[in-house]
Structure formats: C-alpha cells, structure tokens
Design a protein around this ligand. Sequence first.
Ligand code: KG4
Ligand code: ZN
Length: 342
Amino acid sequence: MRVVLGIESSCDETAAALVREDRVVLAQRIASQDDAHRPYGGVVPEIAARAHAERLAPLIEATLADAGMELSDVDAVAATAGPGLIGGVMVGLVTAKALAMASDKPLIAINHLEGHALSPRLADAGLQFPYLLLLVSGGHCQLLVVQGVGSYRRLGTTIDDALGEAFDKTAKILGLGFPGGPAVERLAATGDAKKVRLPRPLLGSDEPHFSFAGLKSAVLRAKESGLHADADIAASFQQAAVDCVIDRTRRAIVAAGEVSALVVAGGVAANSAIRAALQGLAAENGLPFVAPPLALCTDNAAMIGWAGIERLGQNDSLDFAARPRWPLDPEAAPVRGAGVKA
Ligand code: KG4
Ligand code: ZN
C-alpha cells in the first residue's frame, strides 16, 4: 500500500506525518511554536520561519524513525505550498523538494486549505462528495461545497476577520494569552451569555458572507466599560459567534443544493459550543454531521499527507513557487473588505 510523507509549515506548527492510502496515519509529529510567539500575543512571521527551518529536518527524520521507515519507502512527498506565512511555507516546500529530488519521488504541492477541506475524509471513509464544508480557522472563515479533489465552490467567506482571529483578539482583550480560542472557551463556560449585549454582524443578511470585526470592537468596548465580568464577556462573545455561524451556515445549506453532509474543519472546529450548534443545525436539515477528531482540526501534517494520497499520480515541478495566497475557488468573486482572507 502506498504511503505519502506530508509536511506542514504554513503558520506556527512544524509538522510531518506518514499517511497510508488505507487511512492509517503511520506516524506523525507536531512541534508547536506557541512558547516562541506567546510574548508577542500572536504569530510573528520571522520567528515562525526561523523555527520551522531549525525544526523541520529533525522532525521528519524522527517521524520516519517512529514508523520504522526510510525515505525510500515513501511513494510521494506532499507539502503545503500555500496559502500562509510565506517564510514558513518556503521552508516546508524547499525541504519537500530536496527530499523528492534526493529520493526520486514525486513532489505534490498541497493547498493548505485543501488539506483542511479533505481531512474529514481521512477520518471518515464513508464521506462522499459533494459535501458542505464550514472551514473555520485563525486565518480563514469560509463556506464551501467540496465537489471533488481540486473542485470547490465557495459560497461565502469573511469580509474582515476570520472566526479564529475573533477568538484570539477577544482573548487578547480579556488578557487570556495566546493561543486564545481554547482560553476563551474555558472562560465562557463559567460565564452568563445573556449578560452582555453584543452585535451579530450580517445576521439574516442575503449576503452569503461572514463578518466579525464589529463583534470584536464591541467586545473591546464591553471590557473597557468596566461594567462586566470577563467570564460574562467571554460567554456572550462565544454565543454571538455561535449565532453568526449558525445563521450563515443555515443560509449556505439552502444555497448549496444537494450535499451528502455538513462538515466542519479548521482550528475553531475544536470549540464544543460551535460543534454542538452545528450538529443541531445538521439534524434540523436531515444532514449527517461530520467533524474530524480535534487533532485533525487544528493545523497538522496528516491532513497534508492525506491530501497527497488523494492526489497520488500528480508530480509537481521542482520550480513550484510558494503561494502566500491561493484561493480554493479561483472563480469566487472578491468580497468587499478586499478579500483579505479569501
Ligand atoms: O486551523 P488552525 O490550527 O490554524 C490556522 O490555519 O489558522 O486554527 C487555529 C485557530 C486559532 O485562531 C485558535 O484560537 C482557534 O483556531 N481555536 C479555537 C479553539 N481551539 C482553537 N477557537 C475557539 N475555540 C476553541 N476551542
Ligand atoms: Zn490551518
């Protein structure tokens, strides 16, 4: 059975994985850089690129050793080639090119977003195209119809902040540290979501998109007013986020047409309030709900290796250039707000 080495370095996780075509992850390692970025309250691109450069080669060696494999045993090398922080993407892609060349194996350049989009199929062999995907991470917030490998129809995206970014900024405002999503979720569990009135941008709108900038500003004002407990702000913020996600996804279910399931992927899919609400929405619409296990939701290399399995047969040029931007649906119209997160 064929095995792909997957490499991920587009943000602040340095990761390698060996994925077999029967959906077995033979080995995977992730080195998080949280400690390096924590003093700055966010990911610093230059620090990230340097950390990837230092860690990636030994990490790949260790991953191969974990599986008792040599580079010559793999059938292809798949690496994230964008979108993401360009320094880190280049480190991963150059490393993959060197390994592919040295071992005379195909290079498969993977769109990081496709890694997220296909990851539910690694966890669930029964998941058939087309499915409706809510992709919610620190850099992205999109609703897509996944029609097949390399075939995506974007129904909506954010016109300003990504949802994970809104969680991270809320964490910063509340002094909860980095990364913020899990900390906000923990604090929210101890607060009252009805205590602080916060806006739900674009709720009920005919527009297919998301917006979170206004919500984030309202969180800042609520904090600065000194009138509210932090836990109540966190709970009210999370409830507003849930309401927006559900409203936008409900609209997308109608727009998507026939789909096999409602699927969520990306780091914010780790949030249990959001998962539970999506599960309810799927049930309401008679759709199966699929959420990959948490370790597959946040950035990882198994999803890149799996995308490589889905793309076996492809052999990208060693000239393939790293892409800071790489939309999954090139035909989707740009959104107002300049499509920053498209
Ligand atoms: O997919 P991911 O690991 O990296 C990107 O490609 O962005 O997603 C990271 C994002 C961060 O914004 C983080 O705060 C958010 O996912 N996140 C969460 C939770 N766990 C991670 N947001 C809300 N609740 C969580 N439990
Ligand atoms: Zn990601």
